[in-house]
Design a protein around this ligand. Structure first.
Ligand code: ADP
Length: 605
């Protein structure tokens, strides 16, 4: 197979069609010549087979029944051999081409889906389960591949075999030809009847398989939570229940198939019997020659064969079509335009951010999550967000890189409305250090260099790691910066992960920073190191910090206290703590806890 083809660039959005067969046909763009060549090859092979029977008829009638042959026996023998070679050669060619077509289309489809998923907005991922996406990008794509490898070529094969052999039958004897297909309408009717049922059964089977994948995927991702809450048995039961449901649906699908086959075979057998009997009677009555009968006996098999396969393919077609729809549901989602924006900034932003009566409501929600948010962050300032879980802190910072679009008010970056900036630009200028940073199963070096697209030197990586207070830690790993992270490499502690994430953001060097402060989760020594690393990171950048502990935001330039999506208090620490309100309450609770904790520790010592 070629590694690249011009068809690779085909935009699969164009294959979206309410008519699934039309869509599948469009999806073949760039591969149609191959497919048509494959079908023609099949046609040549079929003609060769049919000619074999015609040659047999000639041979029997002119050598056995009468000695009227004008062609020598040797030539006839050569004819048989040549026909056999032609048939097998073209059958092979057709199979190869069909497989190439199918693999090529499937490969393009997989690449497209991956590319597409990368470009879908956050809202899509909020609403769709990972397991479901995996299922559609693997199992369903494979069903589409089988459609091209077996069914699409199979349809061509059936039409050709049927047309050629029917023409040959007509040539033998018109009446016999029509008698050979009397049952065809019944076979088609039965096939269509099963087509609908198999479609439904297969769709529900695929859905259940997706549910099972989701259960498995969530379980593996959340293995720590499962263990921490000792919920293994609950998870096992849930999996078994889903698996049982899949088994039942699989059984139903299988039942459809096992019902269809005997019915279809009986009908085909009946047709064969009718054909053989009529033919034999006609030969006895002298209406046809013995040679004709023998040829007929061979040819009728090749008329019944496509009929029988027609049923099989109609039924299997349903699986390809259902999977096509499932795949298309992803493809027809609108991508998030990364480079669109009515304002094209030429330089880095200064990082001056102003919120004016900003409101936000999630797409599927009725009540706003943020309301009337107004504040200003001057370049280099630190803005802290404090508030109970669900008060809207994460949502607020997610508006900055335009992960979501604010639904009311205005946000200005350097005086220009935020939604006029291209998303790509904003995301390049904003660094995010999450509470639980995600590292890829790649080397530490690759993880640090992840945010930059240009080549970076070892010195630059090391500088970032030093500022993030993780350089020494990395050197202590067996392969230093080339140590793999994750299952096949070292397991990093929460604090180490966070510092690698800080190094990654330092290297990216964004003007604006979003930090999810989680230093409360690490021990005091690491905390001091992380604090230093964070200081280095925040230096000269406009920083938004989602705070959980007042201690870490005492020096912030502006503290916003959120409650139910509104700013209920704002100001600096000294000011806020002197007034009654949520802030002082939290401060008092946290201080009391810490004092008690210290007392307890000193009493133990
Ligand atoms: P915080 O970060 O302060 O804990 P969030 O911003 O995460 O708060 O959540 C604020 C509110 O928005 C919560 O009620 C939460 O349930 C809701 N919410 C968060 N993410 C989504 C989402 N993707 N879709 C719908 N609602 C959401």
């Amino acid at each position: 197979m070629t590694t690249s083809s011009p068809a690779m660039g085909y935009d699969l959005q164009r294959a979206i069609s309410p008519n699934r067969l039309v869509g599948l046909w469009r999806m073949m763009t760039g591969y149609r010549i191959k497919y048509i060549t494959a079908t023609i090859s099949l046609g040549i092979a079929a003609v060769a087979k049919t000619l074999t029977y015609m040659l047999l008829r000639y041979f029997v009638d002119n050598y056995f029944v009468s000695q009227t042959a004008s062609i020598s026996l040797t030539l006839i023998a050569i004819g048989f051999v040549l026909l056999a070679l032609t048939e097998s050669g073209f059958t092979f060619l057709s199979g190869t081409l069909a497989a190439q077509t199918a693999e090529g289309i499937a490969r393009r489809l997989r690449n497209y889906i991956f590319d597409h998923i990368q470009k879908l907005p956050f809202t899509y991922h909020d609403e769709n389960q990972t397991g479901e996406l995996i299922q559609r990008s693997t199992s369903d794509v494979d069903a589409v591949r089988r459609f091209y490898a077996d069914q699409a070529i199979g349809i061509g094969r059936i039409i050709l075999l049927f047309a050629i052999n029917f023409a040959a039958l007509l040539n033998l004897n018109v009446r016999l030809a029509f008698i050979s297909i009397v049952i065809l309408p019944l076979i088609v009717a039965v096939s269509l009847f099963f087509f609908r049922r198999v479609s439904k059964a297969y769709e529900s089977y695929q859905e259940q398989e997706a549910t099972l994948s989701t259960t498995l995927q969530e379980n593996l991702t959340g293995v720590r939570v499962v263990k921490a809450f000792a919920r293994q048995q609950y998870e096992i039961n849930k999996f078994e229940q889903n698996n049982w449901e899949k088994y039942l649906r699989g059984k139903r699908l299988l039942k459809m198939h096992s019902l269809f086959w005997p019915i279809s075979d009986t009908l085909c057998g009946l047709q064969m019997l009718i054909g053989y009997l009529t033919g034999a009677l006609m030969a006895i009555n002298g209406e046809i020659t013995v040679g004709t009968y023998l040829a007929y006996a061979g040819l009728i098999v090749w008329i019944i064969f496509p009929m029988r396969n027609l049923g099989r393919i109609i039924v299997q077609l349903s699986t390809g079509m259902v999977s096509y729809s499932r795949v298309m549901e992803i493809i027809k989602q609108t991508r998030e335009p990364l480079d669109e924006g009515s304002y094209t900034p030429q330089t880095e932003p200064q990082g001056h951010i102003r919120f004016e009566n900003v409101g936000f409501t999630y797409a599927d929600a009725e009540t706003p999550v943020l309301q009337d948010i107004t504040f200003e962050a001057r370049p280099g300032q630190v803005i802290a967000l404090l508030g109970s879980t669900g008060s809207g802190k994460t949502t607020l910072v997610n508006l900055l890189p335009r992960f979501y679009e604010y639904t009311a008010g205005h946000i200005f970056l350097d005086g220009i409305e935020l939604n006029r900036y291209p998303r790509r630009y904003l995301r390049q200028q904003i660094g995010i250090v999450e509470q639980e940073p995600f590292l890829f199963s790649r080397s530490i070096r690759e993880n640090i260099a992840y945010g930059v697209t240009h080549a970076v030197t070892d010195a630059e990586i090391e500088q970032a790691a030093r500022a993030a207070a993780i350089h020494e830690g990395i050197l202590s790993f067996p392969d230093g910066y080339h140590t793999l992270v994750g299952e096949k490499g070292v397991t990093l502690s929460g604090g180490q992960k966070q510092r690698v994430a800080i190094a990654r953001t330092l290297l990216k060097n964004p003007r604006i920073l979003i930090l999810d402060d989680s230093t409360s989760a690490v021990d005091t020594e690491t905390e001091a190191e992380i604090r230093q690393a964070l200081q280095n990171l925040m230096n000269n950048r406009t920083t938004f910090i989602i705070a959980h502990r007042i201690q870490s935001i005492m020096n912030a330039d502006l503290i916003l206290v959120l409650d139910h999506g509104r700013i209920v208090q704002s100001g600096q620490h000294a000011d806020l703590v002197s007034r009654p309100g949520i802030y002082r309450d939290i401060y008092e609770i946290q201080t009391r806890i810490e004092v008690e904790l210290e007392k307890e520790i000193s009493s133990v010592n």
